[in-house]
Design a protein around this ligand. Structure first.
Ligand code: ZN
Length: 205
């Protein structure tokens, strides 16, 4: 099927993309279980189930070979010493890559390979982070202003959020410190089995 060409305008301040096809928001309650400090999470939720981030994108189709692109707008905040972050995922078709470009604010992209290597890269305005195939990824707002990023990925990628839950979280957490931020090990993290790692690398290959 031939798709009609289109043009789209981004508003970084509002986190909107014109002529988008999808918009969703994640509230604090959608992020239950992600944070180490459960008491701080309950206290934050008690003062209101606010929106943490919104995603708006344009997906012309879900066909292999097509693209999806859009914008993520995440408010600043913390639960205990841990910054606001996205749920994080690996692509359901795991060998699909993604790029994220910083538009506003300061953040960190946390990436974890199937065998547990961790890479954290700073997202600043004008910086493009490449998330290669088969890396789990999550963005974290380490600043005091909204973190706004645009992204592009193959339209047939899909998202698997369960991979993080199955390992009791990502291997590291991003927490505030005197210099801004640092990573700490997640003691509950479970390494993936050889079979799990092989299945991820086989997905989409
Ligand atoms: Zn992704």
């Amino acid at each position: 099927m031939l798709v009609t060409p289109s043009v789209h305008h981004l508003s970084p301040q509002h986190g909107t993309l014109s002529a988008s096809t999808t918009r969703y928001e994640k509230r604090l309650s959608d992020l239950a279980g992600l944070y180490a400090d459960a008491a701080a999470f309950d206290a934050a939720l008690g003062s209101g189930d606010r929106v943490v981030y919104t995603v708006e994108d344009f997906r012309p189709s879900g066909a292999s070979g097509d693209l999806c692109f859009g914008v993520t707008h995440m408010l600043p905040g913390r639960i205990g010493d841990e910054f606001f972050m996205t749920r994080g995922h690996i692509h359901a078709v795991a060998n699909r890559p993604e790029t994220y470009r910083g538009e506003l604010g300061q953040g960190v992209m946390v990436m974890e390979s199937p065998d547990g290597q961790v890479v954290t890269l700073q997202v600043t305005p004008g910086a493009t982070v490449y998330v290669p195939p088969c890396w789990i990824h999550r963005s974290v707002n380490t600043g005091t202003e909204p973190l706004v990023m645009t992204f592009v990925y193959p339209a047939d990628s899909g998202q698997d959020y369960g991979i993080i839950a199955r390992s009791n979280g990502m291997r590291v957490r991003v927490v505030a410190d005197a210099r801004g931020w640092r990573t700490v090990e997640n003691p509950r993290w479970r390494p993936r089995t050889e079979a799990e790692i092989a299945a991820i690398h086989a997905s989409g290959a």
